[in-house]
Design a protein around this ligand. Structure first.
Ligand SMILES: C[S@@+](CC[C@H](N)C(=O)[O-])C[C@H]1O[C@@H](n2cnc3c(N)ncnc32)[C@H](O)[C@@H]1O
Length: 275
């Protein structure tokens, strides 16, 4: 029997709902890794995923439950250069760790949104943000393939080990391009495969819900970002999590509006033979 995209997404949701419940109830989780991370298969010893990827200073800014719920494969807040007053969106925000850190970075004049499809994760993130005393956060329920925010509304999109779990990656990348403001940035941590591995070989190295089998290859990621209309796309491997599979930093940018590049709109219109 083949699994449909909806069924696969439901398997992912159930897995992360259980992970959130484990943290909420003070259990270590059933994911088979010291840190309680579900994204910890392959050759990982627990240091490639989760809270170990944050430095002591950042961990010190967080409630314990937020660090325990950390299931990422990198630290997008260290990748994305966040500025005072900006609007940040975290795709698949889980227990809220990157939303809380981003909210502190953008300050009270900025906003940090977290988007997640799993009620249990959203509840955990709300509690963690309240415990951290953070007010400039909004957690949204929804799927990253259909982001519930208007076009051109976000300065920076971040995400930590979630895009590999999507059942429709082109839709996610198109949605990122839609919600980013002109000149807006993407700074993501994700698991990415070397180009030599075909999808079957990726699946041999770990499960879909464990963030391995659904990973894009480096070339596929860059081609997907470019097809979505983003520019300056790059993928940089940071640490190997299974044979040929890496934690990676993925970056891209949305093109500036012509006027912002120094070409006044009126000149651009005249050049195009308009008016
Ligand atoms: C591996 S965890 C990462 C959580 C968080 N980013 C972190 O670093 O701790 C994946 C999270 O993404 C959410 N998720 C997975 N697929 C999603 C989708 N298609 N739409 C929205 N949320 C999704 C899950 O509910 C879960 O909270």
């Amino acid at each position: 029997m083949t699994t449909t995209a909806e069924e696969l997404r439901e398997v992912v949701r159930l897995r992360y709902a259980e992970s959130a419940r484990a943290v909420t109830e003070g259990r270590s989780g059933d994911c088979g890794c010291g840190s309680g991370s579900c994204c910890a298969e392959g050759k990982s010893d627990g240091r490639d995923f989760g809270e170990a990827l944050y430095d002591a200073e950042q961990r010190g800014q967080l409630p314990e439950a937020a660090t325990l719920a950390s299931l990422g494969c990198g630290n997008p807040t260290a990748v994305a250069e966040l500025r005072e007053g900006e609007t940040v969106l975290d795709l698949g925000s889980g227990g809220g760790i990157d939303v809380i850190l981003s909210a502190k970075r953008v300050g009270p004049t900025g906003i940090a949104y977290g988007l997640d499809m799993t009620d249990e994760m959203l509840a955990l993130a709300q509690k963690n943000a309240a415990d951290a005393g953070i007010r400039n956060v909004h957690f949204l329920k929804g799927v990253i393939e259909q982001i519930p925010l208007p076009a051109d509304s976000v300065d920076v999109v971040i995400s930590n080990c979630v895009i590999n779990l999507s059942v429709d990656k082109p839709a996610v990348l198109t949605e990122i391009a839609r919600v980013l403001k002109p000149g807006g940035r993407l700074g993501v941590s994700d698991v990415v495969a070397e180009d030599r591995l075909n999808p079957e070989e990726r699946a041999e190295r770990g499960s879909y819900v464990g963030c391995i089998a659904g990973a894009l290859s480096k070339s596929e990621y860059i081609a997907g970002l470019e097809a979505a209309g983003l520019e300056d796309a790059s993928v940089e491997f940071t640490h190997e999590v299974a044979d040929g599979m890496h934690g990676a930093i993925v970056k891209a940018r949305k093109t500036e509006a012509p006027a912002a590049k120094g070409l006044p709109v009126i000149q651009a219109a005249a050049k195009a033979g308009c008016c």
